[in-house]
Design a protein around this ligand. Structure first.
Ligand SMILES: Cc1cc2nc3c(=O)[nH]c(=O)nc-3n(C[C@H](O)[C@H](O)[C@H](O)COP(=O)(O)OP(=O)(O)OC[C@H]3O[C@@H](n4cnc5c(N)ncnc54)[C@H](O)[C@@H]3O)c2cc1C
Length: 384
């Protein structure tokens, strides 16, 4: 009997998970080909800030490679396009490879500012090992760093660079507070004070309008729309990501912000699945490890002939910035708020009029997200 040909495009953690689940589900009845683009992979991008800070070495990222595996076929060089009608993936050099099921795990790439001076040297984003190595190689001649964006990635990168260099690091944020999607003003201000204690500076409510250069070649500062400026010999832009599509977007497959999938992780084309940062589910592109792994699990199993459904927990984000844990669960704006404070920790619970917990935020060294998650939808108890 011919084996079912599963082709996975991408070599990140979503591709790795989809591959493992498809092999587990399909066993000898499937053959798997992974098409990758980046030299390394799969590797844990969330650990890139630790590499940037000097805490871990490159070996953490390069030890695992699809190209070393014997149980799959690996094709480097990236997929150029997909012919959904002919069920084939087009490779560089005019070659192509046919599939029975296709899993799109091409991830996302950083958004970049389009302002005057964007083409000056020493303006970076942080997505890959190569990005991190390029930033590190430029640090010795750096006197000040600006990170644009006070989201998770911006804060992590800023703290990593502060630790490594000890020089001035300013985080710029256009919103009035840090992590505007995950935190309310009180918890954001609590976090900000902790980070100021670790040496970071902040400029909030500030919108970068252009980059400045003293020599016309390398960046030397950032100019803001209110006329103020901050010096910077390195700038890291951390202003979100957008999904990557490994095909010409020509209306054949449904695209929103990402590749739209249903609860079976299937796209608008039968037998074509998507997972991870490239996928959009329930009008959201979470861009988080938890979603990448859950969607890839379902995509991998279903691509191999199984029947799994995506069940996402209530909206939840957990992140760690250095030794500070941050979580944000459920609905975190409005309602009554009950606060718990202890040395270095803040937890805030959002309560409905009938006394049930509908959301929670925690910031600190020993806050407990799992405990708070168990409170959701239940009556709030002060000793909980
Ligand atoms: C610095 C940093 C810190 C982060 N911290 C956290 C965190 O603390 N918590 C959290 O939940 N998430 C975090 N994230 C996000 C998390 O890393 C992503 O959600 C996760 O990596 C998504 O995995 P993925 O496999 O979908 O995509 P990716 O990791 O982007 O992998 C996709 C791969 O596909 C390849 N590819 C693209 N196009 C093609 C093509 N045409 N052909 C073949 N291959 C292709 C790409 O080169 C890439 O290697 C962080 C991300 C970064 C960059």
């Amino acid at each position: 009997m011919d084996r079912k040909r599963i082709v996975i495009i991408g070599n990140g953690i979503a591709a790795e998970k989809a591959c493992a689940e498809a092999l587990k589900e399909g066993k000898d009845a499937v053959s798997i080909t992974v098409i990758g683009k980046e030299e390394y992979g799969p590797y844990p991008r969330p650990r890139l800030p630790e590499f940037l800070s000097g805490k871990i070495g490159k070996d953490v990222f390069t030890s695992k490679k699809f190209s070393d595996r014997k149980d799959i076929t690996y094709i480097p060089g990236g997929a150029e396009d997909v012919d959904f009608q002919a069920k084939s993936v087009l490779l560089p050099g005019g070659k192509s490879i046919g599939y029975d099921s296709l899993v799109l795990c091409t991830g996302s790439v950083p958004n970049r500012l389009k302002i005057d001076g964007s083409d000056f040297d020493s303006i970076y984003s942080l997505r890959t090992i190569d990005d991190a190595e390029e930033i590190i190689s430029n640090l010795s001649s750096t006197s000040s760093i600006v990170v644009i964006g006070a989201g998770l990635l911006g804060l992590e990168a800023a703290l990593a660079l502060k630790k490594r260099t000890g020089i001035a690091v300013t985080v710029v944020e256009s919103a009035k507070s840090l992590l505007p999607r995950e935190l309310d003003e009180e918890s954001a201000s609590f976090l900000e004070n902790m980070l100021i204690g670790k040496g970071l500076s902040f400029k909030k409510g500030a919108s970068a309008s252009s980059y400045i250069s003293k020599d016309g070649k390398s960046v030397s500062g950032v100019l803001f729309s209110d006329g103020s400026a901050v010096e910077a010999s390195i700038v890291i832009e951390a202003i979100g990501v957008h999904p990557v599509f490994p095909f010409q977007v020509d209306g054949k497959i449904k695209i929103g912000r990402g590749i739209v999938i249903n609860e079976c992780a299937e796209t608008s084309i039968e037998g074509v699945y998507a997972a991870g940062d490239a996928a959009e589910y329930d009008s959201r592109c979470p861009g988080l490890v938890s979603f990448a792994l859950q969607s890839a699990r379902v995509a991998g199993i279903n691509a191999a002939g199984g029947n799994q459904k995506l069940i996402l927990p209530p909206s939840s984000t957990f992140m760690k910035v250095d030794d500070i844990s941050i979580y944000s669960l459920g609905k975190i704006k409005g309602g009554n708020v009950v606060e718990k404070r202890s040395e270095g920790n803040l937890e805030r619970f959002f309560i409905t009029e009938d006394g049930k917990v509908e959301g929670a935020i925690g910031v600190g060294k020993s806050v407990d997200m799992m405990k708070s998650l168990s409170f959701l939808g239940k009556p709030f108890s002060p000793e909980g």
